[in-house]
Design a protein around this ligand. Sequence first.
Ligand code: ARG
Length: 574
Amino acid sequence: IYQIEYYQEAIFIMKEQVIELIAAAADLDMETVTGILEIPPRADMGDYAFPCFQLAKSLHKAPPLIAADIAEKINKTDIIDKLEVKGAYLNFFLKKEMLVKTMVENASIPNFGTSTLGNGKTICIDYSSPNVAKNFHVGHLRTTIIGNSLYKIYSKLGYQVERINHLGDWGTQFGKLIVAYKAWGNKEAVEKDGVAELMRLYVKFHEEAEKDDSLNDQARDWFTQMEKGNEEALSIWQWFVDISLKEYKGTYALLGMEFDHYLGESFYRDKTADVVKRLQDANLLRESQGAQIVDLEEYNMAPCLIMKKDGSSIYATRDLAAIFYRKATWNFDKCLYVTGQEQKLHFAQVFKVVELLGNEWAKDSLVHIPYGLVSLEGAKLSTRSGNIIYAEDILLEAIDKVKQIILTKNPDLEDKDETAKMVGVGAIIFHDLYNQRIKDVSFKWDKVLNFDGETGPYVQYTYCRCASILRTVSYNENAAIDYNQLLDEEAISLLKEINRFPQVVLDAAEKYEPSVVARFAMDVAQAFSRFYNACRVNVEDESTRNARVKLVSLTKTTLRDALDLLGIRCPEQM
Ligand code: ARG
């Protein structure tokens, strides 16, 4: 049943026609018929069934007689193959040829899968957002990949999407870093080793502060200086930000992903006072041990800390400021936050506070999108010093491994480096998005890169097969397609899969779940394999060949568009 409901668009057109036929024959209105018409559980019971129990009362006739009556009066149009009266049911068998024609035409619409649903609406997506002076780790890789895919999916549905990188670039840790840099660092080392050196200094600070508590006071002072706008403090901090951002941008470049806005936490430092004022005016602030909080006990949550004893703002305060800024700037329909599950409470608190300030929209518009953990036990990664794992290294290693495979299996391939990049990075992205985002991901190279398994490379390889067929088989693009040549079970199944695409994009958006698209891409690739094994494309007969090539071409476009929604590019050869 679900399967039939899924290949929506094409079947929808035919369903409408069936409804019209019944309505005319039974003298009923379309809504009534729509309410009664069923999809039978088995294919041998037809594509649609019209049960006549309900009509028995008003017509004072036995249901089987009513069914027979309607059958008699139905106009045999070219969409119906066969009508069958089975007890109280009138079963409709659609003409396979018509079904195939409808599905091919449907999937051939330019930009199949796009929609105007979101026109005029804006979605903000807050994702990636690494912490300055810290490594871009695998968790950040997940939020980046998921956020980017949601951006693609919502754009496909016609939404205006603002991609926002809410860098962790403000907070007391920068006071510590300045102290450490001044005591144990130097310019050359930071320029040379970047984030790795900043992390070393940060660790050093904590070691030393164990022995000497006055370092903590110095750190607090430096952060206060930053908040006050002290030039020296800010210029060192800005340098740390620039150094870090340069590295993060290297990772984004490898992924082929971009942002519309880098608006880190520091951007809101002059906007938190307004948040505090709003809360005061609404009489929501309470004092607790010298700090200012919003009590959320009524909602079974810990209080939301707004201002520390020393008057400095915190993570939550800056998130509140960011929400008001984004609402005022983009008037978003929704603002999505892609972070690990451990921030669930933080966002629940922040969203609640926005709502308590009299903003009803907070309830539906602010959405936290959590994801599971990545475990790297099986990965055997080569790490830089200190066993710290950088997402960039994983990407580079994937690219390198693919390059080795290409060198042994297809040494004559042109553009080996570019292809290795598309496949290596694609493999990581696909692996990340193939399971529901909330599930934990365990990382093993042979699972990520297996060309025969349920992997990115497998889907890309299927795409390349399609491309190769289109390059080598001769066909006439302009000849009318004989749909009778596509009645094989495998061809119909493949068409049904392809025709799910628009619904798949909608489902993925509604659930904030790129895995729906990844699964779809895999289903299409597998259906294509079955079709390709059962139906030779390069056959003598021109009309068969043309029709089958059309199916190859639709598969190719669909795979490309689905992978694009995941952020994966397709090489033409691999
Ligand atoms: N910087 C944070 C982290 O790495 C993520 C920020 C998420 N976005 C936000 N608006 N709080 O965990």
